[in-house]
Design a protein around this ligand. Structure first.
Ligand code: PSU
Ligand code: MN
Length: 305
């Protein structure tokens, strides 16, 4: 059996004419936000990229076909779907082989983007090392993917539901370049700073594109993580979030939530406990990342090999 890939017309056109593209994940739509805000977010993100003169490619598996770019109808179907698989590196191929439908995480989106020749990908937050990982061993496959697959990922750092110092340590061990954009402090998703210093800093999209090209010239296989701080007006102070995160994490433990259910459970509880404020912030930061992703894609297009 062979892999079925379907490119949307706009993605196919951009590829033919060597115009810049930005990949987008779909787990953020199916498992990261509630309906109908998820669909509104996904369309706004795509339009933000189009407004910058770049083509968006939202990636998902629909009935065993890998879609690179979705139509408005396909996007809506996915946003409304109930029992969609959450696909990472481990289960991506099995879903395609069985004709299933699934949303791609950061890891699976990187694999698909690379296959489609797309070098940059914008999202909200990446998976990382969970709190208590020293006993649960819960470390997202996103981290290893960043060390393997040559795609530059723009995110707003990682959520404070994760153990951020350990996440940065693992990224360093795996040899993943971690840049913060326009500041030294590593951002914490809903908050501009986490109290940690990022290993690298970039102030222009051009620097990020050049570092991406230089890695390839060194023969290094992986990608890069660009941590772009949430815009000031959308930020939620860490003091406000700390007790909410503590509560959500305790509930996950009490209810024996494990494995790939952990992240969606925590996101949903934090949404409820902040009365929707976390969602507004999440949407603002994804749009901000889409803008930066589009700028990096334009710079990469100038230096395309
Ligand atoms: N973090 C977020 N929002 C998300 C996710 C993570 O702030 O939607 C999703 C992404 O798709 C990410 C995945 O790749 O969760 C990580 O899941 P896990 O921790 O199970 O690897
Ligand atoms: Mn996990």
């Amino acid at each position: 059996m062979s892999l079925n890939i379907k490119y949307s017309p706009e993605v196919s056109d951009a590829k033919t004419n060597k115009r810049p593209l930005v990949a987008l994940e779909s787990t953020i739509i199916t498992h990261g936000m509630p309906w109908p805000d998820n669909l509104a977010m996904a369309s706004r993100v795509e339009n933000t990229i189009r407004d910058a003169g770049v083509t968006p490619a939202t990636i998902a598996v629909l009935d065993g076909t890998l879609h690179i770019g979705l139509s408005a109808e396909e996007l809506e179907r996915l946003a409304q779907a109930k029992e969609v698989a959450k696909l990472s590196r481990a289960d991506f191929a099995a879903c395609l082989a069985s004709g299933g439908t699934g949303a791609t995480t950061v890891a699976a989106t990187m694999i698909a983007a690379h296959l489609a020749g797309i070098e940059v990908f914008a999202t909200g937050g990446i998976g990382g090392v969970h709190k208590g990982a020293e006993t649960s061993f819960d470390i997202s496959a996103d981290l290893r993917e960043l060390s393997e697959t040559p795609v530059t990922v723009v995110a707003a750092g990682a959520k404070a539901i994760l153990d951020l110092p350990k996440t940065l340590e693992v990224l360093e061990t795996l040899g993943v370049p971690v840049f913060t954009y326009g500041q030294h402090a590593f951002p914490a998703f809903w908050s501009q700073t986490s109290g940690l210093k990022a290993p690298l800093r970039a102030d222009t999209p051009g620097e990020i594109a050049q570092a991406h090209r230089m890695r390839a010239q060194l023969g290094l296989p992986g990608g890069q993580l660009v941590a772009n701080p949430i815009p000031t007006e959308a930020e939620i102070p860490p003091e406000t979030l700390a007790p909410i995160i503590a509560q959500a994490t305790a509930e996950a433990e009490a209810q024996d939530i494990t494995g790939k259910d952990v992240t969606p459970f925590l996101l949903q509880r934090i949404f409820e406990l902040t009365e929707g404020r976390s969602l507004e912030a999440n949407i603002a930061l994804v749009l901000n990342n889409a803008r930066l992703g589009a700028q990096i894609a334009q710079e990469l297009a100038i230096s395309a090999p």
